[in-house]
Ligand binder design. Structure first.
Ligand code: F6P
Length: 320
């Protein structure tokens, strides 16, 4: 039976990571397992930046965004000597297993450590919702709330000024944040890696909305890394009846108090992580599928194609 578990957060932070840290810590301690917090992700693992966690170490963090443990990206973790040093630090501190909260890069690290003898469990912590093996990631719901709040405000001012607001949201290479925001806000268009981007089509559609549908405003939600939204806004002003304005929501999407959904999700997943480690299972990641908490091997999850959102795109179209 596992006696001491380490926990770290890695990659971009996400609201709800703290709720997951709290859940793993409390569930482990309630089962007689010691807990160690590792600061600044794999970097802290390499440097031995550890902290013993008691129940009150995770008090007052459930409602806080960010991560109490700090996060960092450590590309060198791919190198075996770096991982060997990390394993040495774990062994020296009596840490027998690890919970890693982060995205797919963090999962790859967890898998490598498991292969080297330390059972690791991955929890999906990212606002991007881009991890296979789960319907939703911890932080996605909160980021979606932030986006919706912002776009609702932009819509007010856009309709007063006959404007087209082009709003860039995060998501890395995943369009979920844009798609769900577009559905929640009744956007006129959504541009994601899945929809692709055709400038002429966008301008023609705006012309139609202005001239034929008599829309007072138009909202376009765009996933980051697809198009220069400032440039597109200028073209909208030059080529359609709307004046174009671009808004990049940026890192505000990563902060804020986690929503109740994210708090519950993180708590359920945290409990599952400890249960798996108590059963001697490593190299798995936790997910939620059809509202059931599940787990599957990390290598299987990483090979799975991302869940198709075809039905959600169809819904968006049907709501036009
Ligand atoms: O993965 C989370 C995320 O916020 C992505 O949506 C975004 O592309 C990236 O991280 C930004 O990274 P950084 O905080 O390092 O600028």
């Amino acid at each position: 039976m596992v006696r001491k578990i380490g926990i770290l957060t890695s990659g971009g932070d996400a609201p709800g990571m703290n709720a997951a840290i709290r859940a793993v810590t409390r569930v482990a301690l309630n089962n007689g397992i010691e807990m160690v917090g590792i600061h600044d992700g794999y970097k802290g693992l390499l440097e031995g930046n550890f902290e013993i966690l008691q129940k009150n170490s995770v008090s007052d963090i459930l409602d806080r965004g960010g991560t109490k443990l700090g996060s960092a990206r450590l590309p060198e973790f791919k190198e075996k000597p770096v991982r060997d040093k990390c394993i040495e630090n774990l062994v020296q501190n009596g840490i027998e297993a690890l919970v890693v909260i982060g995205g797919d890069g963090s999962y790859r690290g967890a898998l490598e450590l498991t292969k080297q003898g330390i059972n690791c469990i991955g929890l999906p912590g990212t606002i991007d919702n881009d991890i296979s093996g789960t319907d939703y990631t911890i932080g996605f719901d909160t980021a979606l709330h932030t986006c919706v709040e912002a776009v609702d405000k932009l819509r007010d001012t856009s309709s007063s000024h006959h404007r087209c607001s082009i709003v860039e949201v995060m998501g890395n290479h995943c369009g979920d944040l844009a798609l769900y925001t577009a559905i929640c806000c009744g956007a006129e268009m959504v541009i994601t890696p899945e929809t692709g981007y055709d400038e002429i089509e966008v301008l023609e559609r705006l012309h139609y909305l202005d001239q034929t549908v008599n829309k007072s405003h138009a909202i376009i939600i765009v996933t980051e890394k697809i198009v220069d939204v400032e440039g597109l806004a200028k073209k909208v002003s030059q080529n359609t009846g709307f004046s174009g304005r671009a808004t990049v929501l940026g890192h505000i999407q990563r902060g804020g108090s986690p929503t109740p959904n994210d708090r519950v999700l993180a708590s359920r997943m945290g409990e599952k992580a400890v249960e798996l480690l108590m059963d001697g299972i490593g190299g798995h990641c936790v997910g939620i599928i059809d509202n059931q908490i599940t787990s599957l091997p990390i290598d299987e999850a990483l090979q799975r194609p991302n869940t198709s959102r075809k039905k959600m795109y169809r819904l968006f179209e049907n709501l036009m």
